[in-house]
Design a protein around this ligand. Sequence first.
Ligand code: SAM
Length: 289
Amino acid sequence: MFSYRHAFHAGSHADILKHLTLIHLVEYLQEKPVALTMVDTHAGAGVYSLEDGFAAVSKEAEGGIYRLLKFKDAGNPIPESVQTYLDCIKAENVGGDLKTYPGSPFILARLLRPQDRLKLFELHPKEIDILRHNIGELKQSKQIDIYAEDSFSRLKGLLPPPSRRGLVLIDPSYEDKQDYRYLELAIEEALQRFATGCYAVWYPILSRRESIALPDRMKKICAAHQRSWLHTELRVENAPGERRLQASGMFIINPPWTLEKHLADALPTLTKALGIDGGAQFLLKSFEA
Ligand code: SAM
């Protein structure tokens, strides 16, 4: 526990899928003026330098955000769905090259309207200090609460939000195999208290049993609660062994009706831009309850 630092993965293909989806969810939920409460159950440090530190060691952004930008610079067409995501990332790098990558807390913080609130959970003793410092620098910081607590057990305490309009991003590190079980329990409890909330779960696609089973487990929970869902995956390579993460997925409970089209527009471009071998592919499925 606590060996995971998200800086190693900042700007990776998995971050691109997660953050592109997240931005669309917020934009849809903000179409109405009613206050939106956003919860990021696994926040990380908030924002990352791509020039030094862990991100510069792992170079995962080379296969992610930098690869996507090179694809664009080569003159390839970029759909609006992908451009919206790129604009958000670029906004963190005013007037220059991409040196900084915003994590989900910064992406969400920058999208806050005056009536919205953001709740961030982070357990790592070093990450929480960095997160507090980073968030403290933002003009939106007064709208943001930070909890150094276990989000799996604490999430239900924040639900339902006062305005009954809420978005929950659940993005564990899955460092501990138990995270898969804790995730299910947290979703079950959350749906009991706030059935109409929008829940976005990110997960790594690995050969481990729990990872393979995750989408079907989520579908079962949705069936039991009569909830609609959307399931998407992005694979950038299909090579033997698991030296690095080759694919990841998002499972959205109560997705907005616009999300499927948004992802259908984005995923062929992401697959082409980020694909490393012939195994690159995407999946997009949904079910309306
Ligand atoms: N959501 C971030 C983003 O997209 O930029 C990345 C988060 S990273 C995948 C997961 C984070 O969750 C790690 O920083 C880890 O320390 C933290 N974490 C792990 N278990 C936790 C728990 N039970 N409650 C809160 N945070 C936890």
